[in-house]
Design a protein around this ligand. Structure first.
Ligand code: ZN
Length: 380
């Protein structure tokens, strides 16, 4: 998390001041200091590790705030179940109702998994193009960074600079001893198929929405200079140095705006299924922790509008099945529900804390502190 003493010593705003928190409702899980890359030879898809676990998880996803996973298209308000006329920003649906696309679920759980393990860094773009303007209100960059430029406005290209050790993992089939970080090894990397698959979450119980859509403010593009301590500019290019880490949002406030959004009301419940293949026991435990399963729990963040408190969900595990192999599903399947399932979850989660070399326990503490921090008038 950001070090307020450093900010104060530099004469900058305290990022943890209530006003700053309201304006910029997020903080960062610091990078882990090192990346734990391990050979994946024993985990290839056609080669079963003797310890490897195959099976499936059945989960419930309970919405703690409204959810908006954008479909990218406009929809008629009436078709989305509203009584009012007009068009709204649509959400992902199938013929039965709203869905949580497996890719969204995977992306969110992966982001948390990366933050709580010693994983490589995928959360930065190679460069950010930022609009600046000499009028303060129209600029995405602070005035002191652009004071040397003669023009009134323009675009600035900012490149994040971080130590090479954090570079994204890559898997090439020519290489013999490929080593991947915990997150890439589990969720996939360039050229390497992950060992967990996420199916679309389907609606199980939908709470009644308001008569009309939620009006949200136009969401601003991220202010890239805030992800690093230093933004060094030369001409119309710059670098971001001293990157703060992986960004997660506080439990922040509702605000009203002019953009009509379709959404799923909080309290609604989805069902989701996850399949896994060749998972090592500590990996399964860490997956449970990333998902926030069992106390001490935490929400995960899905979809759009995170800056206004949307998309906070709690995951609950309802059933776990182990099979001999994913290709022999009917063959001696072992199922856990209820108390037996609780015991299993505890057993696997303990492996994360008990000296697994890829764990980043301080990252988990920081993640929980950030996502549980309530700012302003938060949902429930
Ligand atoms: Zn990686």
């Amino acid at each position: 998390m950001r070090d307020i003493y450093w900010y104060l010593a530099q004469g900058r705003h305290d990022p943890h001041h209530p006003q700053q928190k309201q304006a910029h409702p997020y903080d960062f899980v610091s990078l882990s200091g090192q990346v734990q890359r391990a050979p994946i030879a024993a985990l290839t898809h056609d080669h079963k590790n003797p310890e490897g676990l195959d099976g499936a998880l059945e989960c419930q996803i309970v919405l703690l705030s409204p959810l908006h996973i954008g479909s990218g298209i406009y929809a008629f308000a009436h078709d989305c179940g509203f009584q009012e006329q007009g068009v709204v920003q649509g959400i992902a649906r199938d013929q039965h109702g709203p869905i949580i696309p497996g890719s969204s679920l995977k992306g969110s759980i992966r982001a948390t998994y990366e933050a709580i393990t010693q994983s490589c860094v995928r959360c930065y773009k190679s460069s950010y193009t930022i609009q600046w303007h000499k009028e303060r209100n129209r600029s995405k960059l602070p005035q002191h960074l652009i004071s040397h430029i003669r023009q009134d406005s323009g675009n600035m290209k900012l490149m994040p600079i971080f130590p090479q050790k954090y570079n994204q993992c890559r898997h090439t089939h020519e290489a013999t001893h490929v080593a991947l970080c915990p997150a890439c090894s589990l969720f996939g990397a360039m050229g390497w198929l992950g060992r967990v698959s996420f199916f679309d979450g389907v609606i199980q119980e939908e709470k009644t929405k308001n008569k009309g859509p939620i009006f949200i403010p136009t969401l601003q593009s991220p202010q890239a200079h805030r992800i690093a301590r230093k933004c060094l500019i030369s001409g119309t290019q710059g670098t971001l140095e001293g990157l703060e880490g992986r960004k997660f949002y506080y439990h922040s406030s509702k605000t009203r705006g002019n953009c009509p959004w379709d959404y799923v009301e909080y309290g609604s419940i989805f069902q989701a299924k996850i399949q896994f293949h060749n998972l090592l026991p500590p990996e399964l435990g860490t997956l449970f922790i990333a998902m926030g399963i069992q106390e001490p729990s935490h929400p995960i963040l899905l979809g759009g509008g995170k800056t206004i408190g949307f998309g906070r969900v709690r995951m609950e595990l309802m059933r776990m099945s182990f099979v001999q192999s994913i290709t022999m599903w009917n063959d001696s399947c072992q199922e856990f529900v209820g108390t037996a399932l609780d015991q299993e979850i505890k057993k696997y989660k303990a492996l994360y804390y008990q000296g697994w070399n890829a764990a980043y326990i301080d990252g988990l503490k920081q993640y929980r502190t950030i996502v549980n921090e309530a700012v302003g008038q938060a949902y429930k």
